[in-house]
Design a binder for this molecule. Structure first.
Ligand code: HEM
Length: 281
């Protein structure tokens, strides 16, 4: 981004310090906007890292949604390699997302209590971008749109997302186009509903895993999706453990039973047949 670099990238002089308006860096990154979005609600010095970690995770959710939407579109067009590239990028991003738990992982109840009341009813449960991630994974739920009724843009995005095929729907459609036995009730399912596992889809993955060389690209796709599923599961578990440390069995700010509710969510398998098929290979 520096102005005084020659074509080789080596510096030819001093950096340019003279701009008419805002810096080109600012025009692109909007760092001024980004670093002034931290409106703290308490005097506790520990609240800053809680808020910024949450904002950082929202940004990673946004990037990951972008990658999975790219992958879904590419699969629809039979461009498996383009989808693989996007999914592989998302793996590194999921790792970075999960690493962002570190600053909050050892929060004590006393520390969390310093600003917990200031959050009011605010809860990650109301994160629209997390919901879009879940929708792309096939975990659709119309009731999850309800909290967003008052925010037209967010609500419209979620409404669109719930009607669209998930990443996994696109994978199964691709499998069907390649001659695998994906049942019609899966291919023609109501896309706004949660994906339910199918024994015939499990059998299709079993066959693909039994003979990886036969359709190597689909086998590799299965493995990258398994990596995605594992990293999502790890995020949910890290969240669960951090929550258990920070608030024990208390009710969540969003009104759920807290840890017990999160435990149920963490038990769900992403891309279920990719896990169950392994028993039969
Ligand atoms: C250690 C601090 C945290 C605690 C104690 C905590 C606690 C909770 C609890 C109890 C819930 C269940 C819903 C409720 O009743 O509120 C929840 C949901 C959720 N939280 Fe957190 N949370 C923490 C940090 C975060 C962070 C940093 C994020 C990042 C965005 C986040 C994102 C979410 C999401 C997306 C849900 C909904 C999960 C789902 O629908 O399955 N949480 N959290």
């Amino acid at each position: 981004m520096s102005q005084n670099l020659d074509a080789s990238g080596a510096g030819s002089g001093t950096p340019n310090l003279d701009f008419d308006g805002t810096t080109p860096y600012e025009d692109y990154v909007q760092a001024d906007v980004l670093t002034h979005l931290q409106h703290l609600r308490s005097d506790d010095p520990g609240e800053m890292v809680f808020l910024v970690t949450t904002q950082v995770m929202e940004l990673w959710f946004t990037v990951i949604v972008h990658e999975w939407e790219t992958a879904a579109k590419a699969l629809r067009e039979d461009r498996v390699q383009v989808a693989m590239d996007a999914l592989k990028r998302s793996l590194r991003e999921l790792e970075a997302l999960n690493a962002s738990w570190r600053p909050l992982a050892q929060l004590t109840p006393g520390q969390f209590n310093q600003y917990r009341a200031a959050l009011g009813e605010g809860s990650g449960f109301q994160s629209a971008m997390y919901r879009r991630m879940e929708f792309l994974l096939g975990e659709k739920s119309a009731s999850m749109l309800v909290p967003h009724r008052g925010a037209p843009r967010v609500h419209a995005e979620l409404e669109k997302a719930i009607q669209e095929p998930s990443l996994y729907d696109e994978v199964l459609r691709l499998l069907a186009r390649r001659g695998h036995d994906v049942p019609a009730e899966v291919l023609d399912r109501d896309l706004s509903q949660r994906y339910e596992p199918s024994p015939r889809v499990e059998a299709a993955w079993t066959a693909l895993y039994a003979e990886p060389e036969a359709e190597l690209d689909l086998h590799r796709l299965g493995e990258v999706l398994t990596d995605v599923a594992e990293l999502v599961w790890r995020w949910r578990n890290d969240h669960l453990v951090a929550t258990r440390r920070a608030m024990g069995a208390k009710t969540g700010t969003g009104g759920s039973a807290g840890v017990t509710w999160l435990e149920k969510r963490a038990q769900k398998n992403v891309f279920p047949e990719l896990w169950t098929a392994r028993s039969y290979v």
